[in-house]
Design a protein around this ligand. Structure first.
Ligand code: SAH
Length: 372
């Protein structure tokens, strides 16, 4: 093994321990399969470095490769022991099919996008999974030629449980499928075929999947745009683009440009001011300006910082009780000195003291520590 493959293997093993076993997946066959399948091979170029992060990722055609934990959880809930015949609906990248193929005897997988089906087929072949067959088509109808199946797994969310899939289960077989009344959220349901015409259902987990589109799924063309259906999943748009859309630009450090931000803040009673980097003068100055505006125009009376309590209390005595003369002002000598003990912050503190000195006690703005 080269050093690079060593590192990837290590990351994969860590993913299994920290994201999968730690969340309660116990089946040794599933854990071993997850340790073996190289998820990076199933990702879009450029995303390989995120292969073992705890998240779904975008693939072609506005679809996603599932979060590793979800693949493991669903695979475990199929209760495979080895050698079974399994049907998967929603091949996507082919990753989950590979995980299934590590355990099952034969895997049949159906994908509605031809480019995804082709890509998955090639990857699976290249990795030597000769027990997987990929079909391009509408999986809500199942794959009757190869039925009955011991297990069926559906990797997309439909409005209800497809009748064809129920029928194609062997007696004793398990179907695991996300179902929900909208495309935003689904419940993962396990259907067990206990007799030819008897099914038992249990709800396993709340999940968010891309829509299952087909004859026994959502109607073609009725899919919600990706951003609307999965608010908590990684956005498909590039990060700089998202930041640009959400941001309120300041043309200069000192002058104007505050109106839009203040309007968005509205009558919020708590405003969180973060900084992209600690210790950058421009961020500190801008944060101080925003703080002054909130105090002056919106009547805020509490400035709370991730800072040492005793240190912060000293500053509060200085700005609110008007104690200590400026020359003996010492604070932030303990932790973390550079983060608060700087000119930009000192200016804000002096401004607060000045502001408070013209007001009676209950209208003054205080300074509080939230840390240590
Ligand atoms: N198992 C995949 C996850 C794929 S996401 C992986 O490991 O990468 C779900 C996939 O289901 C998408 O690729 C989507 O195109 C597909 N899909 C949605 N409706 C389908 C249908 N009716 N038949 C087959 N595939 C469908």
């Amino acid at each position: 093994m080269t050093q690079a493959t060593d590192r990837v293997t290590e990351a994969r093993h860590r993913m299994v321990d920290e994201q999968i076993a730690a969340r309660g997946v116990r089946d040794p066959l599933v854990l071993e399969a997850m340790r073996r399948v190289p998820r990076e091979v199933f990702l879009r170029e450029g995303l390989e470095e995120f292969a073992y992060q705890d998240t779904p990722l975008p693939i072609e055609s506005d679809q996603t490769i599932s979060q590793p934990f979800i693949v493991a959880f669903m695979t475990e809930s199929l209760e495979l022991h080895g050698g079974e015949r399994v049907l998967e609906i929603g091949t996507g990248s082919g990753y989950a099919a590979a995980v299934l193929a590590e355990i099952a005897g034969e895997v049949y997988t159906v994908e509605r996008y031809p480019n995804l089906a082709d890509g998955a087929r090639k990857r699976l072949l290249r990795l030597g999974y000769d027990n997987v067959q990929v079909l391009h088509g509408d999986g809500t109808r199942g794959w009757p030629e190869h039925a009955p199946f011991d297990a069926i797994i559906v990797a997309a969310g439909g409005p209800e449980i497809s009748e064809s899939l129920r029928q194609q289960l062997a007696v004793g077989g398990r179907l695991v499928i996300p179902v929900g009344p909208t495309q935003r959220v689904q419940t993962l349901v396990r259907v067990r075929k206990v007799a030819e015409d008897r099914f038992e259902e249990e709800e396993l987990l709340e999940v968010r999947f891309v829509p299952l589109v087909g004859a026994e799924g959502w109607a073609e063309g009725a899919e919600l745009p990706a951003r609307q259906r999965r608010p908590q999943e990684p956005a498909r748009r590039a990060l700089p683009d998202l930041v640009a859309t959400a941001a309120e630009p300041f043309e200069t450090l000192e002058g104007g440009g505050m109106a839009g931000l203040l309007e968005r803040i509205g009558d919020a009673r708590v405003v969180l001011l973060g900084e992209a980097t600690h210790g950058t003068s421009e961020f500190y100055r801008t944060r101080a300006r925003i703080t002054r505006e909130l105090i002056e125009r919106k009547g805020f009376t509490i400035v709370a910082a991730e800072a040492d309590w005793p240190d912060a209390a000293r500053i509060d005595h200085y700005v609110r009780d008007l104690e200590h003369a400026a020359p003996d002002w010492v604070a932030f000598t303990r932790f973390p000195t550079w983060m608060w003990r700087n000119h930009e912050f000192r200016e804000l503190v002096d401004w607060m003291r000045e502001w408070n000195s013209n007001r009676d006690r209950e209208h003054r703005a205080g300074f509080y520590g939230l840390d240590l």
